[in-house]
Design a protein around this ligand. Structure first.
Ligand code: AR6
Length: 178
């Protein structure tokens, strides 16, 4: 795990499973437009949360690329889930702005809900095929730019699935902090 301080916000880069983040108020879902179960992050979160999560989400669907919606955490060890629809790389444009919107909007929702900690997966870098380094640059730059404006959020954790993705994220984060 790597840790940083940006304007009084603790930023953690860690390797792990987004569905297993106890002690974090809200986990972010790399959702599909229908807010259904799906694979990857969405599959892991819905399986751990139980069927009540999909039921709560149904009336909020569909969402558009760059949008996020808030639900309860159900059987997850978290109070809330923030569902974000990332861009499909090569299809949803402008990809960078839509991906940045996911991180910015999720943090705005967390702040508006008086949450103190948020964990993000690497949105769009799996089934949606966004290049890992480019996505890491967008995620890092957006969170660093948001940090001075956050009111209640004091911890942002990036949860990466593989050791390689964690290393790429660290390089991107350190480059964006300079
Ligand atoms: N914890 C943390 N990271 C994970 C986990 C996990 N349990 N599982 C996968 N990753 P993806 P997307 C990583 O595909 O690209 C779904 O089917 C994964 O290695 O979950 O935004 C939805 O239903 C990758 O780096 O999200 C949507 O249709 C990253 O998380 C679509 O895929 C994101 O992979 C969303 O695609």
């Amino acid at each position: 795990m790597y840790t940083y301080d940006v304007s009084g916000v603790r930023i953690e880069l860690s390797r792990g499973d987004i569905a297993s983040q106890p002690g974090i108020d809200a986990v972010v879902n790399a959702a599909n437009a229908a807010l259904e179960i799906g694979g990857g992050v969405a599959g892991a979160l819905h399986r751990a949360a139980g069927p009540g999560l999909a039921e709560e989400c149904r009336p909020m669907a569909p969402i558009a690329p760059g949008e996020c919606v808030l639900s309860g955490g159900h059987e997850l060890p978290n109070r809330a889930v923030i569902h974000c629809l990332g861009p499909v790389f090569g299809q949803d444009e402008p990809a960078e702005a839509l991906l940045a919107s996911c991180y910015r909007t999720a943090l705005e929702i967390a702040d508006a809900s008086e949450l103190t900690s948020v964990a993000f997966p690497a949105i769009s870098t799996g089934a949606f095929a966004y290049p890992v380094r480019d996505a890491a640059d967008v995620a890092s730059g957006t969170v660093i730019a948001m940090a001075p404006h956050l009111q209640t959020v004091r911890l942002v954790r990036f949860v990466l699935r593989t050791a390689d993705d964690l290393e790429v994220r660290r390089e991107a984060f350190e480059a964006a902090s300079r």
